[in-house]
Write a protein that binds this ligand. Structure first.
Ligand SMILES: *Cc1c(COP(=O)(O)O)cnc(C)c1O
Length: 385
């Protein structure tokens, strides 16, 4: 049996009758950049997230870049980021000539450690003007926003939510991620839970002035074409992506639900296995042990289902032999990246991220995964270990 890590063709088959007409309409209209489909998507996403404004952009990376540019982050500034994330989270900070300040992660959720934020702030605030904290909602699970928001407010810091993997995920069953901090940055890269037919992204915010500034900066800082009030870039979203996303958005919650069901099933299949660490299960199980992080009930959207084992590399080879898709998110934390060798905080200690990055592996959890396939994946892993 072959089981891919993700099967976008299966998803397409289920909605092609709705997608094909909207693609044709864009072809007939020949209006490709921004426009009514993008505006409809922005309204759609703002409503879904529970944020006042949404600004459609060219990618998740550009969502982060635009939010930071609009907040005036640049040379001499510092931005606190988790050391364990997709490259863009820290890459955009460096691109703006600001200094990323790396912080270790929580051992159960793999999200940024709130206590680590406070320590890093105290250590580096004399060297740079620390302006913001980026909270990544890794794999689709909300970071521990409450203490982070309290710390940020007490110290006048912005909180930028990197919600690229977490559209629709919520914090403590209440607010959806992307509506809590100063700005929420989402990606529509095809492998995210809400994926386009190419690159795309969106920034959400409740701050009217920030939304306005991002709209200008998205089109080279011009309110009136060819009259530039500020320096921006080309961060525009196109109509084809928005048309596809407006269709897919209707199915998003049912896809999340299928992913949760699959995750829950894996948790059960691996429950008797001491040598596998499953993701902190804080959504289904009210009786999960009390822990400052896991006692919270976050509706995880499982963009990835990652397990841990010290024999990760051997397991990976074994899964490859059995035709089972898998991937390591992420093998190298930021503090170990060559391009960040000169970043002062790269020399700090990150014991949790070091261990997790050596042990973690993602396995198929996509909505169309059948129970036969899932059992095959679980049995292959169990018999290997
Ligand atoms: C995917 C992703 C991004 C970047 O999104 P792109 O659309 O690929 O530019 C940023 N941060 C995280 C955590 C991501 O997973």
């Amino acid at each position: 049996m072959k089981v891919p890590l993700l099967d976008l063709k299966a998803q397409y088959e289920s909605i092609r009758h709705e997608i094909e007409p909207v693609l044709l309409k864009v072809a007939e209209d020949q209006a490709f950049i921004l426009g009514p489909e993008v505006e409809a998507l922005e309204q759609n996403i703002a409503n879904y997230i529970g944020a006042k404004y949404a600004v459609g952009v060219s990618s998740g990376t550009d969502a982060l870049l635009l939010a930071m540019m609009a907040l005036g982050i640049g040379e001499g500034d510092g931005v606190i980021v988790p050391t364990f994330s997709f490259f863009a989270t820290a890459g955009v900070v460096a691109r703006l000539n600001a200094m990323p300040i790396f912080v270790d992660i929580d051992p159960e959720t793999y999200n940024i450690d709130p206590v680590g934020i406070e320590k890093a702030y105290a250590k580096y605030k004399g060297d740079v003007n620390i302006k913001a904290i980026v909270t990544v909602h890794l794999f689709g699970q909300a970071a521990h926003m409450k203490p982070i928001m309290e710390f940020a407010e007490a110290n006048g810091l912005h909180v930028i939510e990197d919600a690229a993997q977490a559209i629709g995920s919520a914090y403590m069953d209440e607010r959806r991620v992307g509506s809590i901090g100063t700005a929420g940055c989402f990606s529509f890269f095809p492998s995210k839970n809400l994926g386009a037919f190419g690159d795309g992204g969106v920034v959400t915010t409740n701050d009217e002035e920030l939304a306005h500034k991002m709209r200008l900066m998205r089109v080279h800082g011009a309110e009136k074409r060819y009259y530039h009030e500020m320096i921006g870039g080309n961060f525009r979203l196109d109509a084809i992506q928005a048309a596809v996303l407006n269709v897919k958005r209707k199915y998003l919650d049912s896809w999340h639900e299928s992913r949760r069901k699959n995750a829950q099933k894996y948790n059960e299949l691996f429950a008797s296995q001491d040598d596998i660490v499953t993701p902190a299960s804080v959504y289904e199980d009210d009786s999960s042990p009390l822990h400052p992080f896991t006692s919270l009930r976050f509706p995880h959207i499982y963009n990835q289902y990652s397990i841990r084992t010290p024999r990760r590399d051997q397991l990976m080879a074994n899964l490859n032999e059995h035709g089972i898709g898998n991937a390591v998110y992420y093998p190298v934390p930021f503090h170990e990246q060559k391009c960040f060798a000169d970043v002062p905080s790269a020399r700090d200690a990150f014991p949790v991220a070091d261990q997790i990055s050596a042990e973690i592996i993602a396995i198929p959890v996509y909505p169309e995964l059948t129970s036969d396939m899932q059992e095959y994946v679980a049995n292959t892993i169990k018999s290997f270990l």
